[in-house]
Design a binder for this molecule. Structure first.
Ligand code: MG
Length: 381
């Protein structure tokens, strides 16, 4: 048994035109010098301050104080202590992001200490291959014409087919300022370009305030056979999601921003969605997403996590999917389909995909390590 000796938050910032400009890297080292890595998708210097705040009392603790001297194998017990010890700062939002980063790092460290992969720590593989859906965002800026955007998408569709990807998700940025009828035509054209063999998802990026607008578009898309429709309405509009779910045959998603099991419970009880999408690096980590998945399994709801950031979150998604029955897919940003040096280079090695899937292996922990030369260049002060 080697106890936790050091906890670091390393802010990483990479100037780019996309949404992946920064990550809060969490590195937890034991007394033998073995370390685990995690990350969370929050404003990096705010996350940093959570780790340096002073302890005031039992419900307002510095998380590092909770971690030092603990056995990293006890991930769930440590998670509980963090949840109790940070009560004053809040049990949703950025505090849960920080707990998520810690939890991912602890699973990685415990796996490395005991030479087992994270999916075994999560209960073992229920499948031999993790099956990603690829998110395709050619340009997050919302600039350019719709036909230019479609041309960029066609390149990504072709690449995805060559990689034997089984499912892709596209998104139309609100900045494109297109009508609902143009949107319907765009998605129909995308289906024609992709063919019928691939699952197609659409992220509507919180497009509508009125649920009936969303219902109208989804009815026009019934022949397109969408696998799911994401972010139709405002994130916390449970009533609206319930209405849309009751009026359409398409699987409706929600909860991509949800932090904690208890926030997801609100979705399950009130929204009627078929799929929830909490992000592993925001919702409370692997410990919490597994708890969410078990709860949702009892309600016939899939948990297909949002997965937006670097190779750390991508790898956490692989281990989650290998160990979780009620998820047909998990979101994956593939560096060949998403132009992001930070996604491509912060950690190594990039997991190799075979025929659109990731075969399980026996590499300990998450199976990745920090690419120190990239980190040295892009860590921010
Ligand atoms: Mg989304």
């Amino acid at each position: 048994m080697a106890l936790i000796q050091k906890v670091e938050v390393i802010p990483v910032e990479f100037k780019s035109t996309n949404w992946d400009q920064s990550t809060a890297l969490i590195k937890i080292t034991d007394e033998n010098g073995v370390y685990g890595i995690g990350e969370c998708d929050g404003p990096v210097h705010v996350i940093e301050s959570i780790f340096s705040m002073e302890s005031a009392h039992m419900w307002s603790m510095n998380p590092v104080e909770i971690l030092l001297g603990r056995d990293p194998v006890e991930t769930s017990a440590i998670w509980n202590d963090l949840y109790e010890g940070l009560l004053w700062q809040g049990r949703q939002g950025l505090i849960m992001f920080a707990i998520a980063g810690i939890d991912i790092a602890l699973h990685d460290l415990a796996g490395k200490q005991h030479n087992i992969p994270v999916y075994k720590r999560l209960g073992g593989a229920v499948r031999n291959e993790a099956v990603p859906y690829m998110t395709l965002y050619p340009d997050c800026s919302g600039r350019g014409t719709l036909s230019q955007l479609f041309k960029e998408y066609e390149v990504l569709f072709e690449k995805s087919k060559n990689m034997q990807v089984e499912a892709v998700k596209l998104a139309i940025m609100p900045g494109e300022n297109i009508s609902d009828n143009q949107l319907v035509q765009f998605i129909k054209d995308a289906r024609n370009s992709l063919g019928d063999d691939m699952d197609l998802m659409v992220d509507f990026l919180y497009r509508w305030k009125d649920p009936y607008d969303a219902i109208d578009v989804l009815k026009k898309l019934e022949n397109v056979n969408l696998y799911f429709a994401e972010a139709l309405l405002e994130h916390d509009d449970y009533v609206g999601h319930k209405l849309v779910s009751s009026k359409t045959a398409t699987r409706i998603c929600g909860a991509e921003m949800a932090t904690s099991f208890k926030e997801v419970m609100q979705w399950v009880e009130n929204s009627g969605v078929a799929i929830v999408q909490p992000d592993i690096n925001r919702c409370g980590g692997l410990t919490e997403v597994k708890r969410i998945a078990q709860y949702c399994e009892a309600h016939s709801i899939q948990v297909i996590p949002h997965g937006w950031k670097t190779g750390i979150t991508a790898s956490a998604g692989v281990h989650y999917h290998l160990s979780t029955p009620n998820a047909k897919y998990f979101e994956y940003l593939h560096p060949d389909l998403y132009a992001s040096p930070m996604r491509r280079d912060l950690v190594k090695p990039e997991r190799q995909m075979k025929a659109g899937r990731f075969v399980k292996d026996l590499k300990p922990g998450l199976g990745i390590d920090i690419n120190q030369s990239f980190l040295d260049l892009h860590r921010s002060k």
